[in-house]
Ligand binder design. Structure first.
Ligand SMILES: O=C(O)CCC(=O)c1ccccc1C(=O)O
Ligand SMILES: [Mg+2]
Length: 324
């Protein structure tokens, strides 16, 4: 006997969260609940404004249609579904089937949002791999170069992940690289999407010896995972990419091409983020995922994130907008 529910959630965000061109005051999305006999599975459907093509409204409507089909015993075609819907429903089906291992990778690459000195202190206290993520491309490229250099000099064993989100022209990217001494460039694990085009990013990697990673490019029409000089990783954001099966296919292709696959957040609530930590532990063992986004919220949803003391809203407190 199958049954399903669709919950709607709204969670307050920290005041400083800006997505490309807009402030994100409230994170909105849907939680799907699938039941079959005693088994239950949850999934989060939460398009990210400015990043997803679909709106929350559209995703909610499609989620209802597919939930209805699922309750009627139909198999769901995730290839034609909206990415956020495909991700949430396929994750719920996987959890229902007992296919998502319980153990998660909750190690995070701390995200440097504010004062670099605070992060240096946090890292020096960290045991194990010292990986940090810094957003670059927001201010002067020269300043970004000096910050990266400062981290590598302060913590020689650091592995920095930098993310320029395609903000630089080739000239700006060069200005950045100039400040990172050649002997320090190995301290950069990778720089995500330095330039506006993949071709410029590849040229940057070749000219500077700084390794790069694809994030936005993974979602470009016609993208294929392949080994390319200077490319060491691909970032997979399941909410933007699609079903669990599609994500697993990308992970496998990355590993075949000797690339690192990094499972990363699209600012899911703590419910979805926990599932991503479990998915990452299972599919990308030994790789620290990009999931340090709980700090951007002011509340959690249903499943608490380890060591996070934000209040937790239970699913039972949410409005059920559809059930069957
Ligand atoms: O990837 C990470 O490490 C954290 C998540 C992150 O950076 C991100 C989260 C939501 C939208 C865009 C981005 C981004 O990669 O710029
Ligand atoms: Mg990125």
């Amino acid at each position: 006997m199958r049954s399903a529910k669709l919950y709607q959630y709204q969670l307050p965000m920290d005041s400083g969260v800006i997505l490309r061109n807009q402030r994100l005051v409230t994170r909105e999305g849907w939680i799907v609940e699938l039941r079959d006999g005693e088994a239950v599975g949850f999934g989060e459907v939460a398009p990210l404004p400015e990043f997803s093509q679909e709106t929350a409204e559209q995703a909610g409507q499609q989620a209802q249609q597919l939930l209805n089909a699922w309750v009627n015993g139909e198999a769901l075609d995730y290839a034609t579904a909206l990415p956020s819907v495909a991700f949430g429903l396929s994750m719920a089906e996987l959890e229902l089937a007992g296919g998502l291992p319980a153990e998660g990778n909750y190690q995070v690459a701390p995200l440097c949002a504010g004062d670099p000195d605070d992060l240096v202190e946090e890292l020096s206290k960290m045991s194990g791999d010292k990986i940090a993520k810094i957003k670059v491309g927001m201010y002067e490229a020269v300043r970004d170069g000096m910050v990266a250099n400062m981290f590598i000099e302060a913590i020689p064993e650091i592995r920095l992940r930098l993310d320029a989100n395609r903000k630089w022209t080739p000239l700006k990217a060069q200005q950045f690289a100039k400040y990172v001494k050649p002997e320090h460039r190995a301290g950069i694990a990778f720089l995500e999407e330095p330039c506006k085009t993949p071709a410029d990013s590849l040229a940057f990697a070749a000219e500077t010896g700084i390794n790069i990673a694809w994030d936005e490019t993974v979602r470009d029409e016609g993208f294929e995972v392949k080994a390319e000089p200077g490319v060491v990783a691909i970032v997979i954001k399941p909410t933007l990419v699609g079903s669990v099966q599609r994500c697993m296919e990308l992970v496998e292709q990355a590993h075949d091409a000797k690339l690192t696959a990094v499972i990363s957040s699209s600012m899911e609530s703590s419910l979805g983020l926990n599932q991503l930590a479990r998915f990452a532990a299972w599919q990308t063992p030994g790789v620290i995922p990009g999931l340090d986004t709980m700090q951007l919220f002011r509340a959690q949803l249903e499943t608490p994130w380890p060591n996070c003391d934000l209040s937790v809203t239970g699913l039972s407190e949410l409005e059920v907008v559809w059930q069957k």
